[in-house]
Design a protein around this ligand. Sequence first.
Ligand code: FEO
Length: 394
Amino acid sequence: MSKQISKHVSWVGKVDWELTRFHGDEYSTHRGSSYNSYLCRDQKTALIDTVWQPYDHEFVSRLKQEINLSDIDYIVMNHNEIDHSGALVELMREIPDTPIYCTAKGEAIIRGHYHKDWNFVNVKTGDTLSLGQTTLTFIEAPMLHWPDTMFTYLSGDNILFSNDGFGQHFATESLFNDTVNQEELMYEAMKYYTNILNLYSPMVTRKIKELLSLNLSVEMICPSHGVIWRDNPMQIVETYQRWANAYKEDQITIVYDTMWQSTRLMAEAIADGIREATPQTKVLILNAAKADKNDILTEVFRSKAVLVGSPTINYGFSYAISGLLEMMRGLKFKQKKAAAFGSYGWSGDAVKLINEHLQAAGFELVNEGIKCLWVPDTEELNRCREYGRQFAEL
Ligand code: FEO
């Protein structure tokens, strides 16, 4: 079903209620997602982005109910990852000569994915395409989050089509930011930022500065996933400015894995110590092998400090902690403190190795960490509690 969202624009995307994993298995989507595609109809008609490949037939057949496909004059591809370009092959089968407006990198990516010689028109920042009373202006946004990414601004209706930027994996029937649970929306927006954009925070800051300097009147921000920001659309831009600037709340997250509960006991004792020292600080304890990895990363994103714990296993550390440390390295968190802890039986290498990984991931190590031999007794747990107190004070 399509939905008219402004005088000239209707939403013609796909809400994916079933999606539980995105980017293969890299990103959990507890609330589904949507692939937003928009039809701008003026004297000329432009289609902005398509949908993920599994929905290509459904997308094209619904689009046919909305418009005679040969009436589409232009296709604009803001970003060409398969969740947005996936229906192009099916669509271009019907209208093979329709020009595709994208960046030069976008053309290379489409060619690399689909191996078709379509009618590409490369655009750069400031290039425009008149639709009649309204005009599309292109704004390149490389690495937000792929090299091909661009935003498109529609004057007249004053809409910024931002593709992945300002998106959320959040399936809704109602489509607009003011019609959904605000806490859920902002959590999904933060999870999206953490897992997809945090790495590119310096580019986010620069691009927003550039956008603001253009003094565009923005009545709606239409991303390619999740809700459309129509109520106070600039709120998400301002939020991104904060998130891109080494964001942190007064929170400490303790992430651990455990084999026979010793490292769990340490985690809980350390948490007790933190609470004693700084009762106002929110302390979260998460088992890396049981909690969702992307939710853990979102909690790391909003923390001022993290403690990572694992028992020593085979002269190393656990599988779950290993995967998480690799993701933490990739996301390049800024200005966060960290330390390692863990139980051991003989070699006790885990703490030292976790420290090395935390440091390589850009965390500031507070100290050399804490280890307990075998199962911690009351005295050892008191030592962990004291360690937590000192960690909080540092
Ligand atoms: Fe939603 Fe980068 O694709």
